[in-house]
Design a protein around this ligand. Structure first.
Ligand code: TRP
Length: 345
């Protein structure tokens, strides 16, 4: 009886909770940039929100269509990275994007509501296209923000925690949702217009000083990197190029390491930066302190990662169950959408 009441109360809590949906392309393991920009937020938010995490394998194909087997491996890697940072498998819903037919269906319907010009002027698309060196954008790549709109809206997500590079996509999502509601919603918010929630953490530059940490840029520290790899990568990080000897006065404002200190070791950052400005700490010692700081952060993540790697069948089960739940939610949504669009005879 008491247990029954407890279960009902838990259910009511979940029903009242707002929903978040966010996700990652399954193109590779996740790195510190993902952690700073989104993962640490997810862990905090799971207590408050019904949390949906999308393993975006279809979106991964926009750049990796020639290597789908790599995308498959990375569905697991990305799921494990999310669990390793502390998302609770009992509470979060892990979803394989391609296993939710509603996402594909809604993508098609939404594609009527957005002009090619709007997509072409999306600043994130432009940057990424340049980064991948595309002469010719594929239809799928240009349109992935439309598919992302379907990711977010098939389950009526209220809030989408994202890094700032995703804001143009969020703007599009809100635009499409409003357009849909105006055209077919009969005055109702049939498609929920979601809010973006941007991480308060400053954007993490790449080890080489590149604007963003990224796998393709080869300038990333992965959540799965071991102690020695982290130390070796930190040692390579770009520092103030004007600083030659240990006693030269440094400028932390143009040093990548200082920016990492700011994000991952705020408590010691001021002290280290002023010592650098006074020429009282050398780059080697400063980097060593960062490596230690990162190791403290990564040690429990590595430990959980090892556990889930040893229990891959369980991870598979989690993804299958989450995807099935999502597919059902999506089915209900497309039923309503089709009826509203006069497609249900
Ligand atoms: N485009 C996102 C990224 O590159 C990943 C993503 C796919 C996503 N679908 C999403 C993020 C839905 C938020 C919501 O990081």
């Amino acid at each position: 009886m008491v247990l029954g009441v407890k279960i009902i109360l838990e259910r009511m809590k979940i029903m009242q909770q707002k929903r978040i949906l966010t996700g990652d392309r399954t193109t590779g393991r996740l790195h510190l940039g993902h952690y700073a920009g989104s993962l640490q937020n997810r862990v905090r938010l799971q207590d408050e929100y019904d949390t949906f995490i999308l393993l975006a394998d279809v979106q991964a194909l926009t750049t990796h269509f020639e290597t789908p087997e790599l995308v498959e491996t990375n569905i697991y890697e990305v799921a494990i990275d999310n669990l390793a940072v502390g998302l609770d498998p009992e509470r979060v819903t892990l979803i394989q994007q391609s296993a939710v037919p509603a996402i594909a269906e809604l993508t098609v319907f939404y594609s009527m509501l957005v002009s090619v010009n709007v997509l072409r002027h999306n600043p994130t698309i432009k940057t990424e296209a340049k980064q991948y060196g595309y002469d010719e954008l594929t239809y799928g790549f240009l349109g992935y923000p439309v598919s992302q709109t379907a990711d977010i809206t098939f389950c009526g997500a209220d809030v989408v925690p994202v890094g700032e590079d995703q804001l143009p996509h969020m703007e599009l999502t809100r635009k499409i949702a409003r357009r849909f509601n105006a055209l077919y919603g009969g005055g109702q918010e049939m498609i929920k217009v979601p809010e973006a929630m941007v991480s308060a953490t400053p954007r993490l530059p790449g080890l080489d000083g590149g604007a963003k940490m990224g796998k393709s840029a080869g300038n990333a520290i992965y959540l799965s990197d071991d102690t020695n790899t982290v130390a070796a990568k930190v040692n390579m990080a770009l520092t103030d190029p004007g600083r030659i000897t240990r006693t030269d006065k440094g400028n932390p404002d143009i040093c990548v390491v200082s920016q990492y200190h700011k994000v991952f070791g705020a408590a010691q950052c001021d002290e280290i930066c002023s010592a650098c400005r006074d020429g009282k700490i050398g780059c080697a010692a400063c980097k060593q302190r960062l490596s230690m700081q990162l190791d403290t952060l990564l040690a429990p993540i590595r430990e959980r990662r090892a556990y889930y790697e040893a229990h891959k069948a369980m991870v598979h089960e989690l993804i299958a169950a989450g995807s099935e739940k999502a597919a059902k939610i999506g089915e209900e949504k497309t039923r309503l959408v089709k009826a509203a669009m006069h497609l249900a005879l």
